[in-house]
Write a protein that binds this ligand. Structure first.
Ligand code: SF4
Length: 359
């Protein structure tokens, strides 16, 4: 930590001058940068986590057209919010956005609060999001560190340490705090992220055209290719599901998950986790009841998620004409014409499974 603070303090004046000048010249023209309205900034920051900026521009524009204020988002059914999120992934972000909007209406009269501490009390706000909204929308000297900033600092300040290690994270946040204090904190944070996204790239950074190359410690010591050190690969749990594919003419039977947990609130083909030793047809019989006729497995769809290896075993299923209550774990189920599938919030894993069910 001492190293990071010392180096940030030593380079602060020149870095701020060089980087802010570069940002003024070359920042990308993004819709949420025009007004810096707190709600728009917040939505953009949530969408930008794990998603490319070009993609976010499309989703953000549609989202703001449909829900132009915190109040309109708070009043919308979750299903509608998830529908607009389809394709962006990480659906807990959309659920948190929705719950947080309701809290903002209940506790802050529909306006985002203008302090980091108050923002941190809202669902979905970690240090990063609170720092981004506070600095960009409210011009507070609030630090932030995301993957881009961590990479830039690792090289610029020549910081060792493996991503995820506590000491490294603490050092990065301490450096961010030193550097954000001063004029234009929102622009400073955006300039850092922009540098990481467009110049100080993970592979083959564009050091020759980098606006802070004269100050970069890793460049001076020839260690750009070594920093940041590689992450430890995440341990993924295998999750195996038996999945029912019930069809009626052009319609498919879909069920909406309870709102908590993995894929919460999303539509999917009804399924059940396979516990050790269970066969998929027996598990489905248990899920759907005695009257369901379960056919043999016809396809297996595999997906790698952030923390899981997902395996879906698909079975054709025939159900009685009148649907009983939805199976355990689901809020509702219904027959959905294929033409209407695109309007429902569903994971890419479910989209992959549905692709296996077309004739
Ligand atoms: S000089 Fe290269 S390594 Fe250093 S900050 Fe710029 S792009 Fe990154």
């Amino acid at each position: 930590m001492t190293n990071s603070v010392e180096r940030a303090t030593e380079l602060k004046r020149e870095l701020r001058t060089q980087l802010l000048r570069w940002f003024d010249r070359s920042k990308r023209d993004l819709p949420w940068r025009k007004s810096r309205e707190p709600y728009g900034v917040w939505v953009s920051e949530i969408m930008l986590q794990q998603t490319q900026v070009e993609r976010v521009v499309r989703y953000w524009t549609k989202f703001l057209a449909k829900f132009p204020t915190v109040k309109s988002l708070a009043a919308a059914p979750l299903e509608e919010v998830l529908g607009l999120w389809t394709g962006l992934g990480y659906y807990s972000r959309a659920r948190n956005l929705h719950v947080a909007a309701q809290e903002i209406v209940a506790r802050f009269e529909g306006e985002l609060p203008d302090s980091v501490d108050a923002l941190l009390t809202l669902p979905g706000f970690g240090r990063y999001t609170a720092g981004a909204v506070a600095s960009i929308a409210f011009e507070l000297e609030a630090p932030l560190v995301d993957g881009n900033v961590a990479r830039v600092f690792s090289r610029l300040l020549e910081l060792d340490g493996v991503p995820g290690e506590k000491a490294r994270e603490a050092g990065l946040w301490a450096a961010a705090e030193v550097l954000v204090s001063g004029a234009r904190p929102g622009d400073w944070n955006q300039a850092l992220m922009e540098l990481g996204a467009t110049v100080c790239l993970p592979q083959n950074p564009l050091c020759l055209v980098c606006p802070v190359r004269a100050s970069c410690k890793a460049l001076a010591s020839g260690r750009v290719d070594e920093l940041p050190r590689p992450k430890k690969p995440p341990k993924r749990k295998r999750l195996e599901l038996a999945v029912a594919v019930a069809r009626r003419g052009d319609e498919v039977l879909l069920a909406r998950r309870e709102e908590k947990g993995l894929f919460g609130g999303l539509w999917e083909l009804p399924g059940i986790e396979l516990v050790l030793g269970a066969t998929s047809d027996r598990a489905l019989q248990k899920l759907l009841g005695k009257k369901a006729a379960i056919g043999p497995e016809f396809s297996v769809v595999e997906r790698t998620l952030t923390h899981r290896e997902l395996v879906m075993r698909l079975h054709p299923v025939a159900l009685p004409k009148k649907l009983a209550a939805p199976p355990p774990g689901y809020l509702e189920w219904r027959w959905v014409p294929r033409a209407e599938l695109a309007a429902l919030g569903m994971s890419s894993a479910t989209q992959g499974a549905l692709a296996e069910t077309t004739d």
